[in-house]
Design a protein around this ligand. Structure first.
Ligand code: NAD
Length: 362
């Protein structure tokens, strides 16, 4: 099992199993004495357990997808009322987003206990929603001060979310492999991340009979597999935080922000199609993905087969996206230029989206 602690730039990382027990000590290291624990409503019990463990002065369990500004303002008011000096975010990307929004505005210390594979905890990026519009910004003060990865907190993640969250993470690594500002170091981390994520998914699937979306107790083999998944998520998250993402992330941002599609399942469906679109323009990246996945298939097909073989979503129609929406989504995704290995055109993106909507085989 991966177990380590290290300083990565301004951020402290603790990784292992059972590490939640160390949160009090880690918050104290940041100078925190009065802690507010943040979570979604669904994870309020977990937030309460963490609050008891660290002797927190309160909890705020209203985190929501896309970091709505009114929720942030409520959390800020609660932090002020309780005179807190640190926030602890316990949850997935939605809760981490709230913690980032609160800490970057107030200057409070921020520690994250991630429970999904989203990777937001290691990026200086925040997407917030106000008046129906999602605005993304990046700033050094958004990066959390410390992350405590505890494999045990991921044991409750239902299989369907485990799969889509891991593929969301894999997408960070895949796009890092063809990013214009990639380095030998990000290439190495991205390849290792893809290997960890695919290996973890295959092992967990083989290990557990509980793949009906209900979660359930998992054995020691599953814990090892989840350690690989979380380690891959950390590595892929650092790629997302270091290099620029391309067409795949842009498309998922548009589909989530303007069409209300769910974040991780959308990444899961779009990734192989975005890869197929870019494949000829990024042969080295595709070869690296194929190696990391340990298959002979071309990389886009290998990812599509991995997802389908593990029971994941393979078409956007199944997520509520309809073919008549394709032209507007393509227009939004091509409105502003951004780096991508293959030229981004409205027709090209529309064709990609049509394949993804229908779930065409690659
Ligand atoms: P999420 O945080 O929205 O969580 C989805 C649901 O799963 C919630 O109800 C949550 O409480 C529950 N959950 C989380 N962990 C669980 C566990 N271990 N067991 C049981 N239930 C659990 O989902 P997400 O995919 O992690 O995050 C998506 C959000 O994060 C999006 O808004 C996305 O834009 C953002 N994000 C941001 C970045 C960034 O760098 N800024 C990176 C990735 C994702």
């Amino acid at each position: 099992m991966h177990t380590f602690e290290r300083q990565v730039g301004p951020q402290r990382i603790v990784f292992g199993a059972g590490t939640t027990a160390r949160v009090g000590q880690e918050v104290a290291r940041l100078g925190g004495t009065r802690v507010l624990v943040l979570s979604t409503p669904e994870q309020a019990d977990l937030a309460q357990r963490v609050a008891t463990l660290v002797g927190a002065v309160g909890t705020f369990s209203r985190a929501a997808m896309h970091t709505p500004l009114d929720v942030t303002q409520e959390a800020l008011a609660r932090a002020e009322e309780l005179r807190v000096d640190a926030v602890v975010s316990v949850g997935g990307g939605s809760t981490t987003g709230l913690g980032k929004a609160v800490a970057s505005r107030s200057g409070l210390a921020h520690l994250v206990l991630p429970t999904t594979y989203a990777g937001s905890e290691v990026t200086p990026v925040l997407g917030e929603t106000a008046d129906g519009e999602k605005v993304t910004r990046s700033a050094p003060e958004i990066l959390p001060d410390a992350v405590v990865y505890d494999v045990d907190l991921t044991l409750t993640l239902p299989w369907a979310m485990t799969l889509t969250s891991a593929v969301n993470s894999m997408a960070h690594a895949v796009e890092a492999l063809y990013a214009v500002d990639r380095t030998a170091e990000t290439d190495a981390r991205a390849s290792e991340a893809i290997g960890d994520l695919a290996g973890g998914l295959r092992a967990l699937h083989a290990e557990s009979d509980e793949h009906d979306g209900a979660g359930g107790p998992e054995g020691e083999g599953a814990r090892e597999a989840r350690a690989d998944l979380l380690h891959g998520a950390w590595l892929a998250g650092t790629c997302l935080g270091t290099v620029g993402m391309g067409l795949h992330h842009k498309l998922c941002h548009v589909l989530g922000g303007s069409f209300g599609l769910p974040h991780a399942p959308t990444h899961t469906v779009v990734l192989p199609h975005a890869m197929a679109h870019n494949a000829d323009a990024a042969p080295e990246a595709m070869a690296a993905v194929t190696r990391a996945l340990g298959t002979d298939d071309p990389a886009p097909r290998a990812v599509q087969r991995l997802v389908a073989g593990l029971g994941g979503p393979t078409d956007l129609a199944g997520l509520g996206f309809a073919e008549p929406d394709v032209p507007r989504a393509a227009e939004l995704a091509t409105a502003r230029p951004y780096p991508n290995p293959r030229e981004v055109t409205r027709d090209g993106v529309a064709a990609l989206l049509l394949h993804a909507t229908r779930g065409d085989d690659l």
